[in-house]
Design a protein around this ligand. Structure first.
Ligand code: MN
Length: 194
């Protein structure tokens, strides 16, 4: 069983004018597809890993019997596959407001506005390529905002991802060029769960 690119539940232009159709199409069919292809290529050498669920690979990276280069490839491309699969779901315009999510965020951060401010600040400051996440900490059960580099996913550290924003330049450069804060503003505009 090879890993496969998931279909989007919505059209590439569904998030216009905030996230443009060209960015969505390239992001899905080129960037995400490349993570899937390179993950499959890395796993090809290890028949016992081919059928394993992605979650199992990513939560068990250090114990996989693979070459170090392949471990890095599984981390980067497996993480990329998982992160983007989640991202398309977060952005789904048919999502409904998640009242429990809103309540949890308000309790932790004071208000939804304060949460958005802190998340925006974290995403703005992230240096280089990576993601800003809202996670539920696996040890304390508290919800927290964290930045992770490259394509690392919170489950690699035993945490549950609740919301994630891709702040790689490929996620926004066509429309927003170097203006990351403008892209983050667009993210809040299209997000329906909060
Ligand atoms: Mn991306």
């Amino acid at each position: 069983m090879k890993h496969e690119l998931p279909q989007l539940n919505y059209a590439y232009d569904a998030l216009e004018p905030y996230i443009d159709a060209q960015t969505m199409e390239i992001h899905h069919t080129k960037h995400h597809q490349a993570y899937v292809d390179k993950l499959n290529a890395a796993l090809d050498k290890y028949p016992d890993l081919v059928g394993k669920p992605l979650e199992e690979l990513l939560t068990n990276l250090q114990n996989l019997s693979v070459d170090d280069a392949d471990r890095i490839a599984i981390r980067n491309h497996g993480g990329g596959h998982m992160n983007h699969s989640l991202f398309w779901k977060y952005l789904d315009p048919s999502n409904q407001k998640d009242e429990q999510f809103v309540a949890d965020v308000a309790v932790t951060f004071g208000s939804v506005e304060d949460f958005k401010k802190q998340f925006t600040d974290s995403a703005t400051k992230l240096f280089g390529s990576g993601w800003t996440w809202l996670i539920r900490n696996g040890k304390t059960s508290k919800i927290e905002i964290i930045n992770l580099p490259l394509q690392d996913n919170p489950i690699m550290l035993g945490n549950e991802p609740l919301l994630g924003l891709d702040v790689w330049e490929h996620a926004y450069y066509i429309k927003h060029q170097n203006r990351r804060p403008e892209y983050i503003e667009s993210f809040w505009k299209v997000l329906k769960i909060i």
